[in-house]
Design a protein around this ligand. Structure first.
Ligand SMILES: *[C@@H]1O[C@H](CO)[C@@H](O)[C@H](O)[C@H]1NC(C)=O
Ligand SMILES: *[C@@H]1O[C@H](CO)[C@@H](O)[C@H](O)[C@H]1NC(C)=O
Ligand SMILES: *[C@@H]1O[C@H](CO)[C@@H](O)[C@H](O)[C@H]1NC(C)=O
Ligand SMILES: *[C@@H]1O[C@H](CO)[C@@H](O)[C@H](O)[C@H]1NC(C)=O
Ligand SMILES: *[C@@H]1O[C@H](CO)[C@@H](O)[C@H](O)[C@H]1NC(C)=O
Length: 484
């Protein structure tokens, strides 16, 4: 449930309009210049009965007393009709579309044609006109958004978009994000579309295991497969999910080939590639379509990537890692009471995904400071002497991730680091933020700038702890830009 704050002003407006229409009828022109009360006058006490006014309006809606318009809601392509008694004043107040319809009507009956999903929630929609609040379930979001858009009920339309953005991670038996994505695409709502796409990309592992995965469109599948910011266990997990999707949807060969060519085979260890090549029915069938990529991947695994780049001109995404959560790519890091003091943490990753490098380990040191002050700011405090920084004063959260040792093996490799910050949404852990930084900077400049870690209820904390996951992505530059 959400309660738009306008119920009170809405109720006032109902009364105001009522007076206005009276005044035009009875020619008391003075009533037309009624000013709204200014409740801030000193010595004025507000008696607030707005709740009971809304209650009366709800009773009016339920009883249909004094109705001057009958809505006949016909379900398209059926003979189902829902008859609702309503009031033209209330309808026109919230919707200029209704205002137009009421002006051009011939009788006290207004015939409306709605799709079945919209017809099913029409009384709920109409109740909102009277009460200004509405209870929404996941499966009602699209039809209510459609009705609010069709009848120009702006506040409800915005409220529904906001509801959808905030309920992407809610539990639903068969999933809802994909259908919300398709709807957003269809109506051209780019912010909602992007929120859905980001949720799907950042929570891909759980999406891949859900019933919803099989229902995603070819277009959405291909656009997800292009992304480097996907967060998932491993590239193999993505391949297997793609296999399941293809088995279920049986798309035309062209789609299968494009999808298979978007898998980053270089990121799959050679032992697993052998198995896929010989045992995956899908790869056996489409082997010719990706033979060049598999060959390239095996070459990549067989020697130092630097050696490879000396002899071959390669420029393609199969060597670009995504955000993999499996242990060879990084580590999670839970920081209890993050504002207390600085923390450090060590973990190991593979030197690189190439079969040549994956047995070599790199040890990383991560340092987290809750209130780090740049040197310039610190000296200001010393000069001012008495003015000590308070606990909450100045400083910003900082994270630095550096290799514990250097090695000649690092030549030609740049380690891109990504820090995922988890949060709880609708009782579930979701990725709240993704910070990317590169070897040349060692730290992410905007790390947690908007997170108020002092607040126990900060949306960046889970049970007063900061849940991080650091991903190290070795990128072989020589393989990514073609050499001339
Ligand atoms: C009147 O009460 C309602 C509900 O209790 C509240 O939402 C509203 O802000 C109040 N209005 C004023 C003017 O105080
Ligand atoms: C509707 O009108 C009937 C008859 O005039 C009356 O008895 C009833 O109380 C009214 N209901 C509401 C909710 O005003
Ligand atoms: C009103 O009546 C006229 C003539 O009877 C008809 O042409 C028109 O379609 C009607 N308009 C509506 C909104 O029903
Ligand atoms: C979102 O992704 C995170 C990390 O991948 C995972 O821990 C979490 O369970 C996912 N949440 C949902 C609701 O899918
Ligand atoms: C490398 O490939 C990318 C993406 O396919 C392309 O945008 C870029 O221009 C290519 N670079 C060179 C140097 O060919």
């Amino acid at each position: 449930m959400f309660y738009p704050s306008e119920s009170w002003s809405f109720a006032l407006a109902v009364m105001g309009l009522g007076l206005l229409s009276l005044s035009t009828n009875s020619a008391i022109v003075k009533a037309a210049v009624l000013k709204p009360e200014t409740p801030l006058d000193s010595g004025t006490t507000i008696l607030n009965h707005s709740m009971s006014l809304v209650q009366r309006l709800e009773n009016l809606f339920l009883s249909g007393n004094s109705s001057d318009v009958t809505l006949r809601v016909q379900t398209i392509n059926t003979d189902e009709v829902k008859v609702l008694q309503s009031h033209s004043l209330v309808l026109s107040l919230q919707s200029d579309v209704f205002e137009e319809l009421l002006l051009s009507r011939n009788s006290s009956i207004l015939v409306l044609r709605e799709a079945p999903d919209c017809a099913a929630v029409f009384d709920k929609f109409l109740r909102y006109f009277y009460c200004g609040d509405i209870g929404v379930r996941l499966d009602q979001a699209i039809p209510l958004h459609k009705l609010a858009s069709k009848y120009h009920v702006g506040a409800l339309q915005q409220g529904m978009t906001q509801y959808m953005t905030q309920h992407l991670s809610s539990d639903s038996p068969s999933g809802h994000v994909v259908s919300w994505y398709n709807y957003a695409l269809q109506i051209g709502d780019a912010p909602l579309r992007d929120s859905c796409l980001q949720y799907l990309s950042w929570n891909l592992s759980s999406v891949l295991q859900s019933a919803e995965w099989g229902s995603i469109s070819e277009e959405l599948l291909l656009s997800l497969l292009q992304r480097s910011d996907l967060i998932l266990q491993s590239e193999l997990e993505l391949f297997e999910a793609l296999e399941a999707w293809i088995n279920q949807n049986q798309p035309v060969d062209g789609i299968v080939e494009s999808a298979l060519r978007a898998i980053r085979y270089g990121m799959i260890p050679p032992q697993q590639l052998f198995r896929l090549q010989k045992q995956s029915p899908l790869l056996l069938k489409y082997y010719e379509a990706i033979r060049d990529l598999l060959y390239l991947a095996f070459q990549f695994h067989s020697a130092s990537p630097i050696q490879l780049a000396k002899f071959f001109d390669v420029n393609c995404s199969i060597f670009t890692p995504r955000n993999y959560l499996s242990p060879s790519w990084g580590s999670s890091w839970v920081i209890n009471n993050p504002t207390r003091d600085d923390r450090s943490f060590s973990f190991q990753t593979q030197l690189g995904p190439s079969g040549h490098d994956s047995n070599k380990r790199v040890t990383w040191n991560a340092l987290f400071s809750p209130r780090w002050l740049p040197l310039s700011a610190r000296s200001t405090y010393t000069e001012l002497g008495a003015m000590q920084p308070t606990r909450t004063d100045g400083g910003r959260p900082r994270i630095i991730v550096t290799p514990a040792t250097s090695s000649p093996d690092f030549a030609g490799v740049s380690f891109q680091k990504t820090v995922l910050v988890m949060a709880k949404q609708q009782g579930k852990v979701v990725v709240r933020h993704v910070y990317n930084f590169h070897q040349s900077t060692e730290e992410a400049g905007d790390f947690l700038v908007d997170a108020d870690l002092q607040r126990r209820a900060s949306e960046y904390l889970i049970d007063s702890s900061l849940y991080l996951h650091v991903v190290i992505k070795p990128v072989y530059h020589t393989l990514l830009v073609s050499r001339k």
